[in-house]
Design a protein around this ligand. Structure first.
Ligand code: GDP
Ligand code: ZN
Length: 293
């Protein structure tokens, strides 16, 4: 039986991509009994009734599963931030990074609109770029206008399922169109084929771009830390996670505890001040969170 990937789920139908064909499938009744809900991103075995319709027979084991957006087997998250318009915000970037790290997904940072920066602004931004690179993050500088960085992004998307995250206006659509100029054409083609009207509700969809699948969603819709425990937060800062074993106390929250390896690394400038400040800020948010029952 043929296999494919679910690229869209809507009104009880699953749209399964196999090579260049999209087959509209229903789930088999047995899924409901076994409490399996197929997700966008799932690899599935399906039975084709004809060229366009079929039934999903089996959902392959998932590598991971995001809840918001609901998508399975995510390989990486591309965090899109503009260098300017809107201004780059390291606190917002850190917030995204924590959410992604806590989901155990590989982040790649992509800064857009580099063409808008003056030399001075660029050298200010490069301080951040160096800091994040030193932590171990991959960070790309790009411009859809000058095509800077576009060729570096392409190979990173190949053969993978990527979630593109970033506020609206940072240049996500422009970036995708720069990657693949046929895309707007192609996506609208797929959309009409799948019957996407003007009034459909928001849903997750994977777009096929040059051998890679990219989630067409604003990405992580919630940037609250509702799922995160205070003790776990420093694990989402790789440069802290690495050093926390050297703290004197187990379960050290790196605030006022004596002999804290994190605080000494901040004092020695091995960890940037602003990263530590964001850690403290996020920790407070987690502590202030209303208890759930
Ligand atoms: P999205 O909401 O994230 O999809 O952002 P868009 O792709 O719609 O871009 C938002 C605005 O930023 C538009 O006016 C784009 O023309 C502009 N923009 C996007 N990328 C670039 C870029 O690389 N350079 C410049 N100068 N403007 C850009
Ligand atoms: Zn500590």
């Amino acid at each position: 039986m043929p296999e494919g990937k679910i690229v869209k789920a809507l009104s009880g139908f699953y749209y399964v991509l196999n090579k260049n064909q999209v087959i509209q499938c229903r789930g088999r009744g047995v899924f409901r009994k076994n409490k399996i809900t197929p997700l966008v991103g799932d690899s599935v075995v399906y039975q084709a009734d004809n060229e366009r319709e079929g039934y999903i027979m089996e959902v392959k084991n998932r590598k991971n599963e995001l809840i918001r957006p609901p998508i399975a087997n995510v390989d990486q998250a591309i965090l899109i931030f503009s260098a300017k318009e809107p201004e780059f915000s390291s606190v917002l970037l850190d917030r995204f990074l924590v959410i992604i790290e806590s989901n155990d997904i590989m982040p790649i940072i992509c800064l857009t609109k580099m063409d808008l920066l003056s030399e001075d602004e660029k050298s200010d931004l490069m301080k951040y770029v160096n800091d994040y690179q030193k932590i171990g993050y991959q960070i790309l500088l790009s411009s859809s206008k000058t095509q800077e960085g576009i060729n570096d992004l392409l190979p990173l998307l190949k053969g993978k399922i990527s979630v593109l995250s970033g506020q609206s206006g940072v240049g996500k659509s422009s970036l995708l169109n720069a990657i693949n100029p046929e895309l707007s054409l192609k996506t609208s083609h797929i959309s009409s084929h799948l019957g996407r009207g003007k009034h459909t509700t928001r849903h997750v969809e994977l777009i096929d771009i040059k051998d890679g699948l990219v989630a067409d969603t604003p990405g992580f819709s919630s940037l609250d830390f509702d799922e995160l425990e205070a003790e776990f937060l420093s694990n989402c800062f790789p440069e802290m996670s690495l050093r926390s074993k050297e703290c004197k106390f187990r379960g050290c929250l790196h605030l006022n505890e004596p002999k804290c390896a994190i605080k000494s690394a901040v004092e020695n400038k091995e960890i940037p001040d602003y990263r530590y400040m964001h850690y403290v800020q996020f920790l407070q948010e987690i502590k202030d969170r209303k208890p759930r029952y």
